[in-house]
Ligand binder design. Structure first.
Ligand code: GLN
Length: 309
């Protein structure tokens, strides 16, 4: 069963919207504070190019942690699996996304997975290019191809706001440098990482990227293989095991699809073989996931039998 009308989707959004009042907008990146706490929008992108949406889907969001999946895909394409997983693990942590704790206690000392900040910083470090500009340009071009939106870019205010305040990420980088996981100037990597997190798009773009993952890396319109099949499969697996931070287990039980969230309130979902989902709802729960976005996905999962388990 699948969503058959915009009205049907709008009704689900209206029901889920009530939950926005229970959440809080992220404020540790000062520029994110200004987001509208009450908003909730969703787009679904189908392999035949059909798209359903509800809410204000023209509103832009910055990717934040959603960018971790896309950077991982590019790093795997750039370096291969062996190189990447020699330096970053493949296991969930059960800790908050920005935790430093396990970096110190795990042996060998490497980040447990690419979806936590420590692992994502190591992955971003691996993106090929001779300068921060070139590496960022390569990532943006890749994301433009995935979204089919040739004009997308990044939000300079959000990037700068995070760059100025992100001392916890800096400390993760210094730890990684001490353990030879990264070997570049920390400020340079922070520049690249904060720009990556600030790449901006709307829910329609996000849903289309979700659809590429749902189709194992294939562009829904041109049918071109944008991401190698095995890379898309690795990314989707991480989305299931660690995509919703330390709420991934419960999310797998209640919703049951590969998904990745970001502290801006975005969620990208990929319903295998069926469609892509883009959600924007800036009010977050205590783990940093869009509170109404998760409720909306729970309702949809039940109504349309989305769980892959
Ligand atoms: N830019 C954010 C950070 O590193 C991304 C985190 C997130 O979305 N969970 O803190």
């Amino acid at each position: 069963m699948q969503c058959r009308s915009v009205n049907e989707l709008q009704k689900l959004v209206d029901d889920a919207k009530k939950y926005t009042s229970t959440g809080k907008v992220a404020d540790y990146i000062p520029a994110l504070k200004n987001a509208n706490k009450d908003s909730l929008s969703i787009a679904l992108f189908y392999p035949n190019g059909n798209c359903y949406s509800a809410g204000d889907v023209t509103e832009n969001l910055t990717l934040q942690s959603i960018s971790k999946v896309l950077a991982l895909a590019l790093a795997l394409m750039d370096r291969g699996q062996e190189y990447v997983f020699d330096r970053v693990g493949q296991e969930p942590t059960g800790d908050p996304f920005n935790s430093i704790a396990k970096l110190e206690t795990s042996v060998p000392s490497k980040p447990l997975n690419p979806m936590i900040n420590a692992g994502a910083l190591a992955v971003t470090h691996m993106i090929k290019g001779d300068s921060v500009e070139e590496r960022f340009e390569r990532l943006v071009k890749f994301i433009r191809r995935l979204s089919g939106n040739i004009s997308l870019g990044y939000n300079k205010d959000v990037a700068m706001s995070e760059f100025k305040t992100t001392d916890l990420n800096r400390s993760l980088c210094y730890f990684l440098k001490q353990h030879h996981i990264i070997n570049e100037d920390v400020e340079q990597l922070m520049d690249l990482y904060t720009k990556q997190c600030s790449i901006e798009m709307n829910c329609l773009d996000l849903a289309r990227i979700g659809c590429v993952f749902a189709l194992d890396g294939k562009d829904p319109i041109s049918e071109e293989q944008l991401i190698p099949h095995h890379v898309a499969r690795i990314c989707k697996t991480f989305m299931v095991t660690c995509g919703m931070y330390n709420a991934s287990g419960e999310f797998a039980i209640k919703v049951g699809i590969p998904a990745k969230s970001g502290v801006s309130g975005g969620i990208m979902g990929a319903v295998p073989g069926r469609f892509g989902i883009g959600i924007y709802g800036p009010a977050l729960d205590e783990k940093g996931n869009s509170v109404a976005g998760i409720e909306l996905l729970k309702m949809m999962s039940e109504k349309y039998s989305l769980s892959m388990f």
